[in-house]
Design a protein around this ligand. Structure first.
Ligand SMILES: *Cc1c(COP(=O)(O)O)cnc(C)c1O
Length: 235
């Protein structure tokens, strides 16, 4: 077994164990392998091992690697802070943008995605799936909207015909133990439930939360998508 294969197998076993503890089905957890530290040859090996969702945080790197990979079965997630001037390039290559967090980005993405969709150049097809990133832990210097701003941004997204809201994303603070990240995950789930009451039509099924240090706790608290980088790709 290659190192990569052993690592991916170990992650899947840990996902299964966390699901068993939480009384959940592993099929309800999407593993997004955050490949920002590796090149397309490693990504291609992960694809052969059954990984089909990848996350990148820089648009140019993502474009280069995934153009080289040229695999239409793979979904590319953008998870990093997104500048408005990269919105077009992001919309063009991403199958999901997880880091949408402010009104002007929403408006720019909608305009760019619309133009691309009209020309049949949107990687995601007719509509671009997005998650609203929320800074539930209220950390300074972190991207993500405040919990208070989430409802109005959800409303803005619901008014965007080319963007397709799928849920919420958060990044937990860097804390010494995974257990200390639990309140952040609970807060995102509770925020989702509150926003849902106000906007019953909104699709908020996806909760993208949990990374290498804390994905098991995130699964216990309702994550449907986890973003794992180092545990898969770090040497
Ligand atoms: C890098 C990154 C990850 C993966 O983090 P690991 O700790 O390596 O698992 C997840 N989400 C975002 C937004 C990232 O930038």
């Amino acid at each position: 077994m290659s190192t990569l294969e052993a690592r991916i197998t170990a992650i899947r076993e840990r996902i299964d164990a966390a699901c068993a503890r939480a009384g959940r089905q592993a099929s309800g957890i999407r593993l997004v392998a955050v490949s920002k530290t590796v090149d397309e040859t490693v990504i291609a090996e992960a694809v052969r091992l059954g990984v089909d969702h990848f996350g990148e945080n820089r648009v140019q790197d993502a474009a280069r690697k995934f153009t080289a990979l040229a695999d239409p079965t793979v979904a590319l997630h953008l998870v990093g802070q997104l500048q408005t001037n990269k919105a077009r390039a992001a919309a063009k290559i991403a199958h999901e943008i997880e880091s949408v967090d402010r009104l002007n980005l929403i408006q720019t993405l909608e305009a760019e995605a619309r133009k691309l969709a009209d020309r049949g150049e949107l990687a995601a097809g007719d509509r671009l799936p997005v998650l609203l990133q929320v800074n539930v832990a209220r950390e300074e210097q972190k991207s993500g909207c405040s919990p208070e701003d989430a409802p109005s941004l959800v409303e803005a997204l619901l008014g965007c015909p080319t963007l397709r809201l799928r849920g919420l994303m958060t990044i937990a603070p860097l804390v010494p133990t995974a257990e200390e990240a639990r309140p952040t995950f609970v807060a995102l789930r509770e925020l989702r439930d509150e926003v849902r009451l106000r906007y019953p039509a909104a699709d908020l099924e996806t909760l993208s939360m949990g990374m290498t240090n804390d994905f098991e706790v995130a699964i216990e608290e309702g994550a449907t998508s986890i973003r794992v980088g180092r545990a898969i790709f770090a040497s």
